[in-house]
Design a protein around this ligand. Structure first.
Ligand SMILES: *[C@@H]1O[C@H](CO)[C@@H](O)[C@H](O)[C@H]1NC(C)=O
Ligand SMILES: *[C@@H]1O[C@H](CO)[C@@H](O)[C@H](O)[C@H]1NC(C)=O
Ligand SMILES: *[C@@H]1O[C@H](CO)[C@@H](O)[C@H](O)[C@H]1NC(C)=O
Ligand SMILES: *[C@@H]1O[C@H](CO)[C@@H](O)[C@H](O)[C@H]1NC(C)=O
Ligand SMILES: *[C@@H]1O[C@H](CO)[C@@H](O)[C@H](O)[C@H]1NC(C)=O
Ligand SMILES: *[C@@H]1O[C@H](CO)[C@@H](O)[C@H](O)[C@H]1NC(C)=O
Ligand SMILES: *[C@@H]1O[C@H](CO)[C@@H](O)[C@H](O)[C@H]1NC(C)=O
Ligand SMILES: *[C@@H]1O[C@H](CO)[C@@H](O)[C@H](O)[C@H]1NC(C)=O
Ligand SMILES: *[C@@H]1O[C@H](CO)[C@@H](O)[C@H](O)[C@H]1NC(C)=O
Ligand SMILES: *[C@@H]1O[C@H](CO)[C@@H](O)[C@H](O)[C@H]1NC(C)=O
Ligand SMILES: *[C@@H]1O[C@H](CO)[C@@H](O)[C@H](O)[C@H]1NC(C)=O
Ligand SMILES: *[C@@H]1O[C@H](CO)[C@@H](O)[C@H](O)[C@H]1NC(C)=O
Length: 836
């Protein structure tokens, strides 16, 4: 494939354009003054004033940004000085009014929860001039959480506690959230959620909104495009011989919803042809433009533009062109940050690192908890991989594990006696990998060392507490990774690694909470100390064991995902720099979760799904087992997650911009039991024909699900997906809660099914923008678990005959790393132009 020449193409056709080029307006954000309802002081410099959580805890004033703060194109009003008085609202049914006659397409909230758990739910009520209302359900995050880092939109390294300068060292955050709202009528006022639980309150620090652009003419003469944000990322794609930087561009059509004539393509309000987006200036050259095909009033689109070059400190311009190659508009002044090619152990640099594009597209991974705990395979409705801890805590009949161990193995068997029975006698790495592939997962994360300190990889001279030196004397991580590289190269390979070890004597100086370090006492004879088989004397746990083991996973095993657990004392800045440099030098892209103690790429809710959109990267992780990651023999086959649960959880997570990491616990022999394997394959079968509505998709900014929760929405550049969780019969009703569905006359709606693409179904959009699809009972019957209806955009034909004639610019999507289908449609659009 020749290098792309889109700029040439555009130049050749600029004269064909019918649209007068203009400067695109700055994306508007207005700050609503909510200080009249302030009722709380969250920030304090020394902890002596203020009380955020009702327990005397406060954010550190100097760690919060004062005055006007801008994030992803939106400006917020914060106090000019934090810590000098009330600075937020504890939401409790207050109402704030908007200025007269304001059509609003999006709300932007800076909030934080003060509860002790992982998240909270709250409903905002939006009241319109026409007396209609919208309930906006929000699942928000708490200011800090252990062991996840809750590295929010505004992370602070610690907070004060107890009305004093005493410190809680957990990262403590404010969060930003943008929510699309209906704009059929001007917005009158917003009512904040009621506080139901006095120990779990929602604090609102700032509220901004995007006013729609109301045309001055009776009918719009075109969409009102605006560039919302332009972010030069740390992601890259190979384009020809160069590594092109990914620039994330967000664009909006700011017309209010009332100009979207339901389902009608003949209006001027909507983009309905191939629009390309390029970035130039400041030394930047676009090598693959972003392409979008549809943008209805109020909607937004997130695109990746691939560029080379770029000079630090310069600014770049975004140029949007129509299908004829004519410039529709430009937007200037975006700061350039060239692609980072080397890393140093500095927080400011490392926090810019992001999840790679492959991770964002993959959506679904399999987690594997396998270790000594797989031998006893026991937990009393609790994590079986915590066997060693539960055996000792408490060391009495209060602990079901203590009782179970005594009954099954007797008082003389210690945890390390399981080493001999961790045989992997029936293990076939290829069988595991085949199952992962059949399941439809795109990556896996193998536990390489859990809190018990027993590793499944070569720990070299740091420790011999490893399967390489003990028991089977095999390097399971290497065997699995080698088998994957050889037979399943498309699967991305990740590693779980526990930073602390419960009972390692060298961890004692660093110990905390349930990771105290120090040798275990015998659970039945406390005066006896248990062995810690394989221990090698080291001077310092962090520098001589933890850090070199992590480096080994990066440099000797080429792990693509460093999935740490527990955090705590760490050398993660040094690790991350070395890890990212190794990946860059070897031509691949890697990522690190939020439990490595520093600089996370993504957050990891455990046995929890965020109920609302989070625009930063996140991944739900949980077991097939209702209560465990490691295999638990107490669990009956019917209790494991079934096809319905797996598919619907995955789609739900993906609709809110998350990934799903679903865990299996193999037996000590290395077998993934049928109760888990069969259900994974069931879900995989669904993905084999519905995957177009899961992999490579993006969330829909306007709504992620219907108000009743029965359908989820997802987008690709050329399609809009409606995934129904209840088996439809007769007519499927698609209610987006007042948001404008991006469907137009001529679009085809089909059910994705096992015998290929379904027939084009009859559909219509009625009052209130609610869509009806007449489903085919026969096709519906062929599908299980969830019903993915794909709306394929009928894209207006463009003009590019010369480009097609000279053979350039076709298949741009595939070349640039876009889903192949994008390239396919780009090609169609270009070919079709020949008739002009
Ligand atoms: C709002 O509009 C009403 C009538 O539409 C008018 O009476 C009122 O003065 C306006 N208020 C402001 C602040 O513009
Ligand atoms: C939010 O509103 C929905 C109904 O729209 C209700 O089912 C839910 O319980 C409410 N949640 C809270 C936290 O009030
Ligand atoms: C909020 O707006 C609604 C709809 O216009 C109106 O009925 C209600 O009285 C307003 N509430 C307040 C507190 O202003
Ligand atoms: C809180 O501070 C007070 C006085 O400074 C002290 O007596 C008390 O022990 C502290 N409480 C906690 C839980 O640290
Ligand atoms: C679209 O705008 C053009 C003028 O730019 C006008 O002639 C045409 O009637 C408009 N179409 C509709 C459906 O409003
Ligand atoms: C767990 O159950 C399997 C059968 O499902 C059995 O073969 C195995 O011995 C059991 N293991 C333990 C530790 O009970
Ligand atoms: C190890 O396996 C043997 C043979 O199955 C069994 O008798 C013994 O109880 C097991 N011991 C441990 C500690 O798992
Ligand atoms: C480890 O250190 C301890 C105490 O310093 C010492 O008694 C022991 O012999 C050392 N073990 C090895 C294998 O060097
Ligand atoms: C990780 O280590 C850094 C020092 O390098 C420290 O500041 C940070 O608090 C540690 N993280 C945790 C969660 O303890
Ligand atoms: C799948 O599991 C869910 C949740 O446990 C349950 O409600 C549903 O009935 C199960 N479906 C089948 C077909 O067993
Ligand atoms: C379904 O449609 C897509 C896009 O038109 C096409 O690439 C694919 O081959 C079709 N699949 C089947 C099984 O017909
Ligand atoms: C372009 O128009 C032709 C003729 O109407 C049609 O066959 C083709 O599918 C259209 N192409 C696209 C991408 O819509």
């Amino acid at each position: 494939m020749k290098p792309l020449s889109f700029p040439l193409l555009a130049a050749a056709h600029a004269f064909l354009g019918l649209v007068a080029a203009q400067s695109l307006p700055a994306f508007p954000s207005a700050q609503l003054d909510i200080s009249s309802v302030f009722n709380n002081q969250a920030a304090s410099e020394d902890g002596s004033s203020g009380d955020f959580d009702g327990l005397g805890g406060t954010f550190v004033a100097s760690l919060l940004p004062p005055g006007t703060w801008e994030y992803q194109g939106i400006k917020y009003a914060f106090p000019a000085t934090w810590g000098k008085g009330e600075d937020n609202v504890i939401a409790n049914g207050q109402t704030v009014k908007l200025p007269n006659e304001t059509y609003v397409t999006e709300l932007h909230i800076v909030y934080s929860g003060d509860g002790p758990d992982s998240d909270f739910s709250a409903n905002f009520t939006i009241n319109y001039k026409d007396d209609s209302t919208t309930i906006l359900p929000l699942t928000g995050l708490e200011w800090f959480q252990f062991p996840e880092m809750n590295w929010g939109t505004i992370p602070t390294r610690y907070h004060h506690v107890n009305y004093s300068s005493a410190i809680n060292w957990n990262v403590s955050s404010l969060y930003q959230l943008s929510i699309g709202i209906p704009s059929q009528s001007p917005l009158e006022n917003i009512t904040f959620p009621e506080t139901a639980d006095a120990t779990d309150r929602v604090h609102i620090f700032a509220l901004s909104y995007t006013p729609a652009v109301v045309p001055t003419t009776a009918k719009p003469t075109g969409p009102e495009l605006a560039v919302k944000s332009v972010e030069f990322s740390t992601r890259w794609e190979q384009v020809g011989s160069s590594r092109a930087q990914t620039v994330a561009v967000a664009l909006a059509n700011l017309l209010p919803a009332k100009y979207a004539t339901a389902g009608n393509a003949s209006t001027n309000a909507t983009v309905n042809e191939a629009y390309t987006v390029e970035v130039s200036g400041g030394g930047v050259t676009t090598v693959a433009p972003g392409v979008f095909y549809r943008l209805v009033p109020t909607d937004q689109v997130n695109l990746d533009v691939l560029v080379t070059g770029g000079d630090n400190g310069q600014t770049a311009t975004v140029t949007v062109k129509n299908a004829a190659g004519a410039v529709v508009g430009t937007s200037a002044g975006w700061p350039v940050t060239p692609l980072r090619t080397s890393w140093t152990p500095e927080v400011d640099a490392l926090t810019t690192h992001e999840t790679p594009t492959w991770w964002r597209k993959a959506k679904y991974g399999i987690f594997i908890h396998w270790g000594l705990y797989s031998v006893p395979a026991y937990g009393h409705n609790s994590y079986a991989e915590w066997y060693d801890w539960a055996l000792h805590n408490p060391n009495s009949s209060q602990s079901p594990t203590w009782v179970h161990h005594k009954e099954v193995y007797g008082e003389n068997v210690v945890y390390d006696d399981f080493i001999a029975n961790f045989t992997a006698g029936l293990w076939s790495p290829t069988e595991w990998l085949q199952l992962i592939e059949d399941a439809g997962a795109k990556y896996f994360v193998q536990v390489t060392k859990h809190h018990d300190g027993y590793a499944l990889f070569d720990t070299g001279n740091t420790s011999h507490r490893s399967s390489v030196y003990l028991g089977p004397k095999r390097d399971f991580v290497k065997e699995l990774f080698d088998a994957a590289k050889a037979g399943f190269p498309e699967l991305h390979r990740g590693t779980y690694f526990s930073l602390p070890e419960w009972f390692n004597p060298f961890y004692a100086p660093y110990g905390f909470e349930s990771w105290p370090g120090g040798l275990a006492h015998n659970a039945y004879n406390w005066s006896e100390i248990e062995p810690y088989t394989g221990l090698i004397n080291v001077t310092d746990f962090i520098t001589d064991l933890q850090f070199p083991q992590m480096l080994s996973l990066a440099q000797n095993y080429d792990t693509e995902i460093m999935w740490c657990d527990i955090g705590g004392p760490n050398m993660t800045l040094e690790f991350a720099a070395a890890y990212y440099n190794h990946a860059w030098e070897n031509g691949y892209q890697v990522t690190m979760n939020d439990r490595c103690g520093n600089v996370p790429d993504y957050s990891t809710p455990e046995y929890t799904v965020f109920g609302s959109l989070q625009t930063t990267s996140w991944e739900t992780n949980e077991g097939m087992d209702p209560d465990s990651y490691g295999i638990n023999n107490q669990t009956t086959p019917d209790e494991y997650k079934n096809g319905t649960t797996i598919v619907q959880t995955l789609v739900d997570v993906v609709s809110k911009n998350g990934n799903y990491l679903l865990d299996v616990g193999p037996t000590a022999e290395g077998v993934i039991i049928p109760a888990m394997a069969d259900n994974l394959r069931d879900a995989g079968r669904w993905l084999s024909y519905s995957g177009a509505c899961v992999y490579n998709t993006s969330y829909w900014p306007q709504a992620q699900q219907s108000p009743d929760g029965s359908v989820r929405f997802l987008t690709t550049p050329t399609t809009f997906c409606i995934v129904a969780f209840d088996k439809p019969s007769g007519t499927l009703t698609v209610d987006a809660g007042g948001a404008v569905l991006p469907v137009l006359q001529g679009d085809e709606v089909r059910l994705l099914g096992p015998s290929g693409n379904g027939t084009a179904l009859r559909w219509s959009v009625g009052e209130g923008g609610v869509m009806s699809v007449e489903v085919d009972a026969g096709e519906v019957d062929e599908v299980e678990y969830a019903w993915a209806f794909e709306v394929r955009y009928a894209v207006a034909n463009g003009t590019s005959s010369e480009a097609v004639a000279s053979g350039v610019a076709v298949d741009v999507g595939a070349e640039a790393g876009y889903p192949a289908e994008v390239g396919h449609v780009a090609q169609q659009v270009l070919s079709a132009g020949q008739s002009i």
